[in-house]
Design a protein around this ligand. Structure first.
Ligand SMILES: Nc1ncnc2c1ncn2[C@@H]1O[C@H](COP(=O)(O)OP(=O)(O)OP(=O)(O)O)[C@@H](O)[C@H]1O
Ligand SMILES: [Mg+2]
Length: 461
């Protein structure tokens, strides 16, 4: 896309010649005759650069510069200085102007300054994206060797490179956020930020401005225009956590973005387009919420393009020993605790406990033991009563009995199979029917891919 420049000067001749020079270099140019007009233009449209005359009728260039730096501090401004007001130009630089050019205009200087300023602003926004990424991302590592974690890894590997929206469900502390981060880091968007928003933690009246941003003065306290999370996540992934806690009004807006990938900031008129992949998570049963009327059915079906359920820890208790040793290693590295091991019989007790708080509870437990336990090896008699006397997993083979799905319950297996079938069919076409190539691309044995294709009744030449 061409970079755009706003020229603010009361002299038509200057605007005319600047426009000519800049358009020849491939910039898109708009003009304003006064500072007031420039500001109202900026409220609607954001150029990549402003050329601003120092002497203007009405509000002068320095005042306009102050306003720009207050509201859109990232926007580079090049001052146009008349003969004899170099001193003012220098003070403009001190106020945050990027550079200045002098009248009469030198073609070469105009072009070089414009290019430098645009490059500067590109680097600035890259830095900003990098900062957002560092602030929001933690390493995503899904520990576990149970078959359910294995198949979850496989599914993550399949869905990550597609741009499909994903709805992650699961009880508290099962690892929904880790799953979301893994999907992002394995996707083609991994170079761009993953921006996480916890919908439950933001007060209802602020959530829209948090997601969509706001213009200056949109509400009391909105002293500056601000980008929302959707804009920050452009070309990346937006992780909408606790989506079941969003108001119906916000849900309607999200639905529109989903359909059109565009929105307006709060108090703004301009429609902003973004390219965002949304991964949503919830521990609520959204189907129940729909019945209660607190969640939109159409949004639910659209979000659920690819549903992924993270099983509770009690259904994969064979992961517990590995998780424990992983947490010990990680916490020791972070805090320098002493090494700690659990005896086999202690591990047995731990795998029988049902961990209602799932992996998070397990992690907190390990941390507590590292701090409180003075020995090196934890036996069953050293385990706290909330674990030894707490809720226990019943018969171990419980998970093998397929439970009938209650009426109206989400049929994740079916939805996943449908997605997989569709995915494989499209990919097979992409690889011109070559099963070997497809097998390599999706990381499956050729024979198991064949079996899958057959099961899904996908034609193989
Ligand atoms: N498979 C796993 N391997 C390693 N760590 C895990 C795993 N699953 C969860 N954790 C850890 O457990 C904690 C809880 O995980 P996470 O925040 O992803 O859960 P959640 O499902 O989003 O929870 P909530 O519903 O409460 O938001 C985190 O500290 C995370 O690092
Ligand atoms: Mg979470």
């Amino acid at each position: 896309m061409n970079k755009s420049i706003l020229i603010v000067d009361d002299e038509g001749g200057i605007r005319y010649s600047l426009r000519g020079i800049l358009e020849d270099e491939g910039f898109e140019v708009s003009e304003a005759e006064t500072g007031e007009l420039a500001l109202s233009h900026l409220a609607d449209e954001k150029p990549d650069l402003v050329f601003l005359d120092i002497w203007l009728p009405g509000m002068d260039g320095l005042e306009v510069l102050d306003r720009i730096k207050k509201e859109w501090d990232w926007l580079p401004v090049v001052m146009i200085s008349g003969h004899g007001n170099i001193e003012t130009a220098v003070s403009a630089i001190k106020k945050g102007a990027f550079d200045f050019i002098e009248k009469p205009l030198s073609l070469e200087k105009v072009v070089i300054t414009a290019e430098k300023a645009v490059e500067f602003s590109r680097l600035q926004s890259e830095n900003k994206a990098l900062r957002t990424r560092i602030e929001t991302e933690q390493p995503a590592r899904l520990t576990g060797n149970s078959s359910s974690i294995d198949s979850m890894r496989e599914v993550i590997g399949q869905v990550a490179p597609t741009d499909a929206w994903v709805l992650i469900t699961g009880e508290n502390g099962t690892g929904k956020e880790i799953v979301a981060r893994s999907i992002h880091s394995l996707s083609s968007r991994s170079e761009n930020p993953l921006v996480a928003v916890n919908c439950a933690a933001i007060p209802e009246e602020l959530i829209e401005s948090e997601l969509f941003g706001h213009e200056k003065g949109a509400f009391t306290g909105a002293e500056k225009a601000q980008e929302g999370k959707f804009e920050l996540a452009d070309r990346g992934t937006l992780f909408l956590d606790e989506i079941g806690d969003m108001s119906l009004k916000t849900q309607a807006k999200i639905l529109r973005i989903l359909q059109e990938q565009c929105f307006e900031r709060v108090g703004g008129r301009k429609t902003i387009s973004v390219n965002v992949r949304v991964i949503a998570a919830t521990n609520k049963d959204l189907f129940k919420e729909i019945k209660k009327g607190s969640f939109r059915e159409d949004l639910y079906y659209r979000l659920k393009v690819f549903p992924l359920e993270v099983p509770p820890l009690r259904d994969r208790s064979e992961d517990i020993p590995l998780l424990i040793s992983e947490f010990i290693t990680r916490l020791n590295k972070q805090h320098g605790f002493k090494p700690l091991t659990f005896t086999d019989s202690a591990l047995k007790v731990l795998t029988r406990y049902s961990w209602p708080g799932n992996v998070r509870e397990l992690k907190n437990f390990v941390e507590r033991m590292l701090i409180l336990f003075s020995g090196k090896e934890v036996g069953p008699d050293k385990l706290p009563p909330e674990i030894t006397d707490g809720p226990q997993v019943e018969a171990k083979n419980q998970e093998q009995i397929p439970l009938p799905l209650p009426e109206g319950e989400l049929d994740f297996k079916k939805a996943r199979a449908e997605f997989e079938a569709q995915f494989l069919e499209t990919k097979l076409k992409e690889y011109k029917g070559s099963v070997s190539k497809l097998a390599e691309a999706v990381g499956l044995e050729r024979s198991s891919l064949y079996r899958k294709l057959k099961a899904y009744e996908i034609q193989v030449d």
